[in-house]
Design a protein around this ligand. Structure first.
Ligand code: G3H
Ligand code: 13P
Ligand code: ZN
Length: 333
């Protein structure tokens, strides 16, 4: 899917490339993971595109149901189109994060999304298969990729809260069966992570044993890791020093991103860490300048800090520096 722009300058034409996640995964599989970042507003979009271009990385923009209704779903689409115009080098997918069936259809019909996630992971296996199959049929008819989920992460997904004791890791045999039955393009697996800022007490590792078993049953099939924020301790300390009260907790060890990518994880979802950047910037700004009431100065700092954060994450995911090779391989088709 390409977003064509009229060439008014006479200069060689660069068109913004909105591609499917399936196209991104084909290039990344087994080598690196593509960062999937949630956005809700223009500042996040600017920081994301800037950081991606600085690090020369392809990326996935994720939009949740909550993000679509934060202002208006058309607002985010317009922001992304504008960002694509401002950064014509960018190669990215536009993806619905944690969709229900109705929202998936709305995004498929919008003509803007290149990929959707149907999350029926809270339903029993057979019902999850049924719903996912219906979404796959509607999406594939329009060339859109589908991510599905099997297993249950802890934490909060949209408005559903999964208590720690109820989180279940993905069963490798079920994963194989699920992919065969649904025809989905990628699968979000529960391998020990959870959504939000409160993931682990102390240091914990991903369940690489489960990942290895899933890969053995689904060789070459793209897997997705949700709940991948690292909850940087220095970020939390700065927020708390500026008046915050973020409880003691840790996230995914960033050194585990690449080993997971080598085992077939091609999409790594990061949202919470970006929210922590926002909170730190704004808390520190207003602590240090209590008489300030203009939102643009801290907004500008946030855009710069978020861009730095995105570039640093893309380095850790191995997606940094992949942009030109990906462009060549997409153009060769
Ligand atoms: O997994 C959920 C994402 O972090 C999106 O969060 O539903 O609050 O926009 P949200
Ligand atoms: P985090 O809460 O760890 O950033 O996870 C985000 C996510 O999985 C979005 O789907
Ligand atoms: Zn998620």
């Amino acid at each position: 899917m390409r977003l064509e722009r009229p060439d008014t300058t006479g200069a060689p034409k660069l068109t913004t490339m909105i591609v499917t996640t399936a196209q991104l995964f084909k290039h990344a599989y087994g080598k690196y993971a593509v960062g999937a970042y949630n956005i809700n507003n223009a500042e996040q979009a600017m920081g994301l595109f800037r950081g991606a271009i600085e690090s020369q990385a392809p990326f996935i923009i994720q939009i949740s149901k909550g993000a679509r209704s934060y202002t208006d779903k058309r607002m985010l689409e317009a922001i992304i189109r504008a960002a694509g115009d401002i950064f014509p080098e960018a190669i990215f997918a536009v993806h619905l994060d944690h969709g229900d069936e109705a929202t998936c259809y709305d995004c498929i019909d919008s003509g803007f999304f290149s990929s959707v996630m149907i999350d029926a992971s809270h339903d029993p296996f057979e019902k999850n298969v049924e719903i996912t199959k219906r979404v796959v049929e509607r999406a594939h008819a329009k060339g859109i990729s589908v991510e599905a989920e099997l297993g249950m992460l802890g934490g909060v997904e949209e408005d559903i809260k999964v208590e720690d004791g109820h989180a279940t890791l993905t069963d490798p045999a079920e994963a194989e069966d699920f992919v065969k039955k649904t025809g989905c393009d990628s699968l979000a697996c529960a391998i020990g992570t959870s959504h939000g800022a409160f993931k682990f007490k102390g240091k914990q590792s991903l369940h690489f044993d489960v990942l290895e078993k899933i890969k053995a049953r689904l060789p070459g099939f793209p897997l997705v890791m949700h709940g991948s924020s690292s909850v940087p301790q220095d970020e939390v300390a700065r927020i708390n020093a500026a008046g915050g009260k973020i409880a003691d907790s840790s996230g995914v060890d960033v050194k585990e991103y690449l080993p997971a990518a080598k085992l077939g994880v091609t999409k790594i979802n990061i949202d919470t860490d970006g929210r922590l950047v926002w909170t730190r910037v704004h808390r520190e700004f207003f602590r240090d300048k209590p008489s300030e009431f203009d939102f643009r100065p801290p907004g500008k700092i946030f855009i710069a800090e978020y861009a730095k954060f995105i570039a640093s994450r893309n380095q850790l995911l191995g997606s940094a520096g992949q942009l030109e090779d990906l462009r060549k391989s997409l153009s060769a088709k």
